[in-house]
Design a protein around this ligand. Sequence first.
Ligand SMILES: Cc1ncc(COP(=O)(O)O)c(C=O)c1O
Length: 433
Amino acid sequence: MTTREFRELFPILMRKVYGKSLVYFDNAATSQRPRSVVDKWVRISQESNANIYRAVHKLSAEATDAYEQAREAARAFINAGSREEIIFTSGCTAAINTVAYSFGQAFVKAGDTVIVGEGEHHSNLVPWQLLCERTGASLQILPIDDKGHWDLSVLKGLLAEGKYGADAEGASQRVKLVAVTHISNVLGLVNPVEAVIRLCHAAGVPVLVDGAQGIVHERVDVQAMDCDFYAFSGHKVYAATGTGVLYGKKRWLEQMPPFLSGGEMVGTVTLSHADFAGLPHKFEAGTGNFAAIATFPEAFETALLAREPEIATSYEAVCSYLEDALRARGDVRLYGDTGNPAGQAVLTGEASPAAYRRAGVFSFTIDGVHHEDAAQVLDKMGIAVRSGLMCAEPVIRHFGVSGMLRASLAPYNTMEEAESFIKCLDKAINLLR
Ligand SMILES: Cc1ncc(COP(=O)(O)O)c(C=O)c1O
């Protein structure tokens, strides 16, 4: 399949805005939906709309089947070992909050530590801040340097400091969880989550990976990665909105209390007590967003199509062109640098640690031009980009700026669009200076 053919799967990409062809470069916020996803959502709503699990009638059985097929599709897409480890949520934020509340309730107390990355989206920062406020635990930060790379020596130090007890045998860990992002929604760098997981597991500490962007750009295999939790949203990876997945290792999920409670997550209920259903239902109280979740098989099929060599090669070329063109401008500062991470080999024990790679996410500032103004002028030219703090204020502040412009691409974006973007950016800059 060619990029052109792939693009034609997405009706919205044919539309005009202000009389101009739409150039949609805000994919990190949400991807567009292929026709197959929209059709599935409509089909379930029009033909099989009934509450899942609850009734014996035909419509309920169809809706339930579609829901469980979606669970299998999600399991296969991230290679989870079992469907019990796939919890449906309303999105990545809800998935992370589930862990912050529920893992927090089971394992985090005053005096403990939770570590988060400095480059996190607010969704993988604020829930941990609240958990620490609730429990009296301390929140520690895995800092980034000016390339956007994690300083793993700090992580090593925090893990070692967190050890307490008489000797290595009897020692236990005060660090209870590390939560980091697979790919930053600002810097676009693919972080070495595997190295973090190895360091943490050597100290007996579980790791949550925020995969909101990682699921889009990487082939995620949660068993190979060995993460303890992986959270992502459906809407960034072609599925309907209001959908998400929390992957969790069974051994953790089984020990965690429910987050929300109510219908369908229970076993036996009396007026004074309830016991809980098994996994994954223990974490799925209330009626799930079944028509939207049912779009997962079509969404993941689309994501797999995007990985076909012809499309993947063309997408890489578009991204390289864009990066080079932005870097070629002396007045543009692009954030996040893929250069080899210093000293990581020593820290992780790997012979040749993987260099950081960039996914198709480009955040930058322009000398003398406010990001918001540039975004507005680009919008009038038919180009959709994001501007501002991008729900990741600490990482924006790290680079000493008040906001950035972000062009985030998807495999349906073409070279013509990238060239048009660079020309329009030039025009916008001349207009605004
Ligand atoms: C890295 C990252 N984490 C978490 C989220 C939150 O995703 P959602 O708003 O779909 O819950 C986002 C959304 O942009 C993100 O980019």
